[in-house]
Design a protein around this ligand. Structure first.
Ligand SMILES: Cc1cc2nc3c(=O)[nH]c(=O)nc-3n(C[C@H](O)[C@H](O)[C@H](O)COP(=O)(O)OP(=O)(O)OC[C@H]3O[C@@H](n4cnc5c(N)ncnc54)[C@H](O)[C@@H]3O)c2cc1C
Length: 423
């Protein structure tokens, strides 16, 4: 679809070929808008562990025709289950398709999600539409076009002196938590806001636990909190799964944000040493991990503007949020649908970027704030506080089923994956 009002430069320039950038390329292709993706790393990397794709986002991926492939790698989660650190049951609710939704809640390894997206972009748009080793340095614009200035990144990760400029109708910064475009558009932004918890993440081959597709959350940060769910099924032909786990503790000590930073078991294992429940031996799972990554629980104060004429931000570059509600990938994917729809409907790309911002900025700002204080795991905070972080005799003396449900449903409504919101 080539519309004269868009000027000579029709391609949308997508900066960053992560989950948001690749999904955006597929979404734009779906509505007939040509684009190219420029990714800083020189080649495909397999850094990362598991990731959750909530139903509002899996809907977008399903409508792109990717769900069968994704389910070949990941799992449709059956339920979300909460326990206290003494192994006492707190709450369980079905998820995704098992909650009567049309779309699954996916537990998947990020590398698998990435590979499915990248293969689809190459197949549908063409091999030459994803350019690796191109790091955005800055972007600018004039009346008729936007320009992205890149430096080449070699195989060893070093930037070479060579640089080049690409022209497009717009430039979309999908360049993640360290976004160059965000820094350019908001040069006086403050540093990331540390929320007081540090996380260690890993994957461990292990037999299925609980329903075999349960997202389990246990404990609270003051005495250790664990999230664990399978992200690959039957990894060895003997029924073992790859369990993705996140162990988080309240501490003033934290590291810089880097998805690939190696962590050390001895920095957190003591908090989880006696967590041997009849359904899962947590310390053994943590000890058996292939590798451990460390990441701080940080976000950034929301900004009031993403779109500046022909330039805008998407995903983590637009709304970095603490990874507590499984919404990082989800909100990036939902952004892509909103932006592609706006690009398809507007006569003018500048108008399209404004429409996209008007739809997505207010809601994601609320999610950033909600994730700080009241994501789904706040259920466990309530139980921990009310029980004095001690075992309880009867759960109903601590918190009612109705209160638990209200906490969970409130988050789903705001973030857009409740039955009501998806309808
Ligand atoms: C290597 C890696 C591993 C991750 N692992 C996990 C994980 O295990 N679990 C989890 O929940 N989340 C993980 N994340 C984060 C998760 O993918 C995002 O929070 C979420 O999917 C939102 O996607 P996004 O596209 O906004 O950002 P991302 O998926 O982070 O993608 C941003 C992309 O932009 C590229 N980029 C950055 N700067 C530039 C530049 N100047 N020019 C061009 N390209 C640039 C990056 O290399 C990256 O590919 C990881 C991210 C990365 C980059």
């Amino acid at each position: 679809m080539v519309r004269p009002a868009w000027g000579d430069a029709h391609d949308v320039i997508i900066v960053g070929g992560g989950i948001g950038g690749l999904t955006l390329a597929l979404e734009l292709h779906r509505v007939g808008v040509p684009c190219r993706v420029f990714e800083a790393v020189p080649r495909v990397t397999q850094v990362g562990v598991g990731i959750t794709v909530l139903p509002h986002a899996s809907r977008v991926l399903a409508e792109l025709g990717l769900m069968d492939q994704l389910l070949r790698y990941g799992l449709s989660m059956r339920d979300s289950v909460f326990y206290n650190r003494f192994g006492q049951f707190v709450y369980r609710e079905p998820t995704g398709e098992y909650a009567g939704l049309a779309w699954p809640q996916l537990g998947i390894h990020r590398a698998d999600l990435y590979e499915v997206l990248l293969a689809a972009v190459r197949e549908r748009l063409g091999e030459d539409r994803v350019i690796f080793g191109a790091r955005l340095v800055r972007a600018d614009q004039d009346f008729g076009a936007a320009y992205a200035h890149f430096e080449r990144v070699g195989g060893d990760g070093d930037s070479s002196a060579s640089s080049f400029t690409e022209q497009g109708s717009v430039v979309i910064g999908c360049d993640g938590i360290h976004s160059t475009l965000r820094c350019q558009l908001h040069p006086n932004e403050g540093p990331p806001v540390y929320q007081g918890q540090n996380m260690w993440r890993g994957v461990t081959p292990w037999p299925p636990f609980l329903s075999g597709a349960s997202m389990l959350r246990v404990g609270w940060y003051s005495s250790g909190k664990l999230t664990i769910y399978p992200c690959r099924d039957n990894v060895d032909g003997q029924g073992n799964q790859l369990l993705n786990w996140i162990a988080a503790v309240q501490t003033s000590r934290h590291v810089e944000r880097d998805w690939g930073r190696q962590g050390r078991l001895e920095d957190f294992i003591s908090m989880f040493e006696d967590w041997t429940f009849d359904f899962l031996d947590v310390p053994s799972v943590l000890r058996a991990a292939d590798a451990i990554l460390e990441f701080p629980m940080v976000d950034q104060e929301p900004v009031s503007q993403w779109t500046f004429g022909r330039l805008t931000l998407l995903g983590d570059a637009a709304h970095p949020m603490v990874p507590r509600g499984s919404n990082g990938a989800g909100q990036a994917i939902v952004d892509c649908r909103a932006l592609a729809t706006a690009m398809a409907e507007a006569d003018d790309p500048v108008e399209a970027l404004k429409m996209y911002e008007a739809e997505r900025l207010p809601v994601t700002t609320k999610i950033v704030y909600k994730n700080r204080v009241e994501p789904p795991d706040v259920i466990l905070q309530e139980v921990c506080t009310r029980s004095g972080d001690q075992p309880f005799d009867r759960l109903e003396d601590v918190i009612s089923e109705a209160e638990l449900k209200a906490l969970s449903e409130g988050y789903k409504d705001l973030t857009g994956y409740s039955k009501r919101a998806l309808a």
